[in-house]
Write a protein that binds this ligand. Structure first.
Ligand code: CA
Length: 162
């Protein structure tokens, strides 16, 4: 069962891009089309997860810095959300500009990444001894409305443990 969220952001200067989980075409990520307030198609998870007591098997990665289980979130009015979201980077993101960045995501059970995530998780939860699944979403060099191109990175990992 998918259980927790891990967030890395280069906006916090202590984290460098080399600390991020691999992302992009080299990592075989899927990518969202460029846009302002769009969302991915439904992503069927190979591991279901619980959020606020409800079990989900489908999520959406949304341009505006969040992940929503079950339904897409495509509003730029971020205070209008009426359902649970995971919002690591909640901003009016806009990737339409030249060099407006990309939003990547994938599911993985690659052992080297599971080990990397486990080392991070054990900093806070030392009793966790293994992980078996990761969902990685990355807001890579994304800009903000309206087609501004600030260079912000956020790398988000949802993980499950056995
Ligand atoms: Ca937006």
């Amino acid at each position: 069962m998918l259980t927790l969220l891990l967030l890395l952001s280069s906006g916090v200067r202590a984290i460098s891009l080399s600390d991020f989980y691999p992302f992009g075409t080299e990592a075989n990520d899927s990518v969202l089309p460029q846009g302002d307030d769009g969302s991915s198609s439904p992503i069927s998870l190979s591991q279901r997860f619980t959020l606020f007591g409800k079990l989900y098997s489908v999520i959406h990665v949304n341009i505006n810095g969040n992940i929503s289980p079950g339904v897409p979130f495509t509003s730029s009015h971020l205070d209008e959300v009426s359902f649970p979201t995971i919002s690591p980077y909640r901003l009016d993101v806009d990737t339409r500009g030249v060099d407006g960045g990309h939003i990547w995501y994938r599911q993985t059970t690659e052992s080297i990444l599971l080990d990397q995530a486990l080392s991070h998780v054990q900093i806070v939860y030392p009793s966790v001894f293994s992980l078996d699944y990761l969902f990685i979403a990355t807001w890579d060099h994304v800009g903000y409305f309206e087609m501004h191109t600030e260079q912000v990175h956020t790398n988000v990992v949802l993980y499950s443990r056995s």
